[in-house]
Design a protein around this ligand. Structure first.
Ligand code: FPP
Length: 239
């Protein structure tokens, strides 16, 4: 398959195989800002803009599910100023979406993570975004906010115990997670090569794509490179 279209010399996006569920760890915002002598919040702001671009691109490509790791259960340990800046960016994004849910596209917005600890005004906007986009049939964008995968698995098991289960199987756990299907490809930029408590259960047979590019510099061409690599992977699922 041609990677460059002769006519436009642009990288083509005609993929023969796309991941059903793509996971993205948005990493490197802090280092991007530091390199420029800017506060970390400036890196997160630039990262939020890249999030918007990549969301649109996933929708154009018709990727069914994409999960962005936006804020982990461990990220509360960061300085209050930085946490507040990230929460303000979520709010901006949600207010923007609220202004025009229909024009915002056909994407379905969903949140995964613990609600406890998140401000009431944000929770209300999150609920509204989920409700307003529930009938959309395009890409489901999962935003992992106050998310930790170990905690997700523990909650799933506790839920099953409450339901009276005394013995469980894999399907029981899968069905009790935050409704994310198994992940096919995980992208992590910024040179780090670890999962950091992201989709541990769902990533059992996931492929990985790492790159040194910092998230605020991540372009749709980087997404294409990851997807091009994914097409070539020989997935055997242990068989
Ligand atoms: C990791 O980079 C990034 C985060 C912990 C926050 C990610 C948040 C955003 C991209 C903004 C999200 C906004 C919307 C609207 C979804 P880091 O800070 O750990 O970077 P570093 O490793 O270089 O320090």
């Amino acid at each position: 398959m041609a990677v460059f279209s002769k006519k436009s010399k642009e990288i083509s996006n005609d993929f023969s195989l796309l991941p059903n569920h793509l996971g993205i760890i948005m990493d490197g915002n802090g280092r991007w800002a530091k390199k420029r002598g800017l506060p970390r919040s400036a890196g997160h702001k630039a990262g939020a803009n890249v999030f918007r671009t990549i969301c649109e691109e996933c929708a154009d490509l018709v990727i069914k599910y994409v999960t962005f790791y936006a804020f982990s259960t461990e990220n509360w340990k960061r300085p209050k100023e930085e946490v507040d800046a990230i929460m303000a960016l979520f709010k901006d994004y949600l207010l923007e979406a609220k202004r025009d849910f229909v024009k915002a596209g056909n994407n379905k917005i969903k949140f995964i993570g613990e609600r406890e600890g998140i401000r009431e005004d944000l929770l209300a906007l999150m609920d509204e975004a989920e409700e307003e986009t529930d009938s959309h049939t395009g890409t489901t964008v999962y935003l992992a906010v106050n998310y930790g995968s170990r905690q997700e698995i523990v909650s799933a098991v506790n839920k099953l115990i409450k339901e009276g289960k005394t013995e469980i199987n894999e399907k029981d756990i899968s069905d009790s997670l935050y409704t994310v299907p198994d992940c096919d490809l995980i992208i992590r930029p910024s040179g780090e090569e670890r999962l950091s408590n992201f989709l541990l259960w769902q990533a059992a047979y996931s492929e990985f794509w790492f790159s040194d590019v910092l998230w605020p510099d991540f372009k749709k061409e980087d997404l294409y490179s990851a997807l091009r690599e994914f097409e070539k992977r020989n997935r055997r699922f242990g068989g």
